[in-house]
Write a protein that binds this ligand. Sequence first.
Ligand code: UFG
Length: 329
Amino acid sequence: MSVLVLGGAGYIGSHTVDRLVEAGEDVAVVDNLITGHRQSVNSKARFYEGDVRDKEFMNQVFDQENVEGVIHFAAFSIVPESMQEPLKYFDNNTGGVITLLEVMKDHDVKKIVFSSTAATYGEPKSVPISENADQEPTNPYGASKLMMEQIMHWCDVAYGIKFVALRYFNVAGAKADGSIGEDHHPETHLVPIILEVAAGKRDKLIIYGNDYDTADGTCIRDYVHVMDLADAHILALNYLREGNNSQAFNLGSSTGFSNLEMLQAARKATGQPIPAEMGPRRAGDPSTLVAASQAAREILNWQPQYDDVESIIATAWQWTQTHPNGYED
Ligand code: UFG
């Protein structure tokens, strides 16, 4: 039976497909290649190009594949873009999961692991954020993902479809051999942008806001390596295979780094000066997102291998240096 990975040509999806193949799983991938890259998909996985919202296409894939469980990454995930184009997010993220769950129900597939996000919490009332903290998103991206969690809950109640929602904090890094990595157009995320400056592709980093209520005034985030995140999906799938109940888990390191601290770590990891200047705040940004992630460690037995941002950045730097134009190289 196969594990069907939706969005398997994306950044986190492609690293997870790689790990699944390595673990001996039979893997099929669906991706519409709007933001994904065909070259990033491990050649041992079967590939279907199409959209999660296309029910006819999805039915064909499920008819062809004997799907045991689904890992669902296919979504838009840029916070500032979601502030400008909320309907794009509700259509693809929230709408997409409705079609997916309909097809799963019709094909009697009862296990799904999917990408949720720290952005479902919004501005936290206390830090670190535990899974039962209030979920009050401050942007449409977070809202679209929270709705996905709620839809999953009711589909569990009605149809017995069991889910694991993995609430990622900030993901960074690349496979250690530099063969796959992060390649977004346009790039909006902090670590790859800092590394574009280090590589001389951008003049400078603009830090969005230094008037937040944090020690140095810049936003604080909790960074996890993409391979550690990939491993968590396999553990979550196994958790469902063991017959456990639906649950949400935070995936973070439990340590926060400010944007300025990230800049310093990148200067060390790359040995480059990386010019930076302060700019205004970016709309929709919560000041601090740091995970309490004991549940994933205790219940899923998740053991992240990367525990410092400098080594996470170093793997991303290896990818940036060997692929200055991403997958176009
Ligand atoms: N930032 C800058 N300059 C830049 C880019 C980013 O200062 O050029 C800042 C942002 O304002 C923010 C921090 O760097 O304070 C991190 O921003 P990212 O865009 O890298 O990541 P986000 O925290 O906005 O979002 C990411 C994922 C979301 C996820 C969220 C959870 O993209 O999917 O982490 O923390 F929900």
